[in-house]
Design a protein around this ligand. Structure first.
Ligand SMILES: NC(=O)c1ccc[n+]([C@@H]2O[C@H](COP(=O)([O-])OP(=O)(O)OC[C@H]3O[C@@H](n4cnc5c(N)ncnc54)[C@H](OP(=O)(O)O)[C@@H]3O)[C@@H](O)[C@H]2O)c1
Length: 240
């Protein structure tokens, strides 16, 4: 079985996810809405934050203490190239009770050893990049994950949406316009939009209904700071 998957993003009125200040307290307070069993986050976010991580000490090699009453979610991160070296820091944060690196058969063996030494669980799915559907199925069967909240940028959002794996899209629309080119994005690869679909046609190309993902409005709410919270159910998927 697949878990229910919710994308939750703060966006500018022109659909950008970077380049404007986000009220993180408000953003994360709303997360309790879904009672998530797992957070699925993109590796680039953590690579950006790697400079905040303190140096690792021997405590990161100790086995984790298991508390059956711990209701916090687990953190799962697709990292097929084995780039994240700040798991010790992520483990020290209060948000998650467990940690899973989503890897593929091309992930370097040295990285898998690094993870095992630190008691980070591993799911191997896919050949090159992580097979996201297979990884979600494994999260469900191995850990009983029924609800996944995705905390990611446009690439991971787009992959999940275009593979028909998303059930709900939640956006906090900020009263600002960031501007910039949709094609190049701020990172130079079109990554700052909320939804970067693989093979997405250029803005001027004719669009067929097949390429559009239809949504049904679930709820709207005006929040502090003129932020509008919109929740949509995904009706049809690009790749059912
Ligand atoms: N405003 C908001 O609400 C919000 C929320 C979260 C993040 N962000 C911003 O979004 C930006 C990037 O976010 P992000 O780290 O989530 O990264 P992202 O750029 O959306 O996606 C990168 C993730 O997708 C995986 N991936 C890439 N190609 C793949 C493929 N073909 N198959 C399977 N997986 C694939 C990568 O795994 P591999 O490493 O294995 O390639 C990586 O984990 C950051 O600048 C962050 O600040 C904004």
């Amino acid at each position: 079985m697949l878990p229910r998957v919710i994308l939750h993003n703060a966006v500018s009125l022109d659909g950008r996810i970077d380049g404007f200040p986000i009220d993180l307290q408000q953003y994360y307070e709303l997360v309790s809405t879904w009672k998530e069993d797992a957070t699925l986050a993109g590796s680039d976010t953590f690579l950006k934050a790697e400079s905040e991580a303190p140096p690792e000490d021997d405590s990161s090699l100790l086995p984790p203490r298991i508390d059956p009453d711990d209701r916090r979610p687990i953190l799962a991160v697709p990292d097929s190239r084995g780039r994240i070296r700040s798991w010790h820091y992520l483990k020290s944060l209060p948000y998650w009770r467990g940690f899973v690196a989503l890897c593929s058969r091309s992930t370097p063996q040295e990285y898998l050893r690094y993870l095992k030494e630190r008691h980070i669980d591993i799911i191997i799915a896919g050949e090159d990049h992580v097979d996201l559907r297979a990884a979600l199925l494994e999260l469900y069967s191995r850990y009983g994950v029924r609800v996944v909240r995705v905390d990611a940028g446009g690439t991971l959002n787009g992959l999940l949406l275009s593979q028909g794996l998303v059930n709900e899209v939640s956006v906090l629309v900020y009263p600002c316009l960031v501007g910039g080119s949709q094609e190049s994005g701020k990172g130079g690869k079109g990554g700052s939009g909320i939804f970067v679909a693989p093979g997405q046609p250029a803005a001027h190309s004719p669009t067929s209904s097949r390429e559009i993902i239809s949504l049904k409005l679930l709820a709207t709410e005006q929040l502090k700071g003129d932020v509008i919270w919109l929740r949509y159910e995904v009706l049809s998927n690009a790749d059912p």
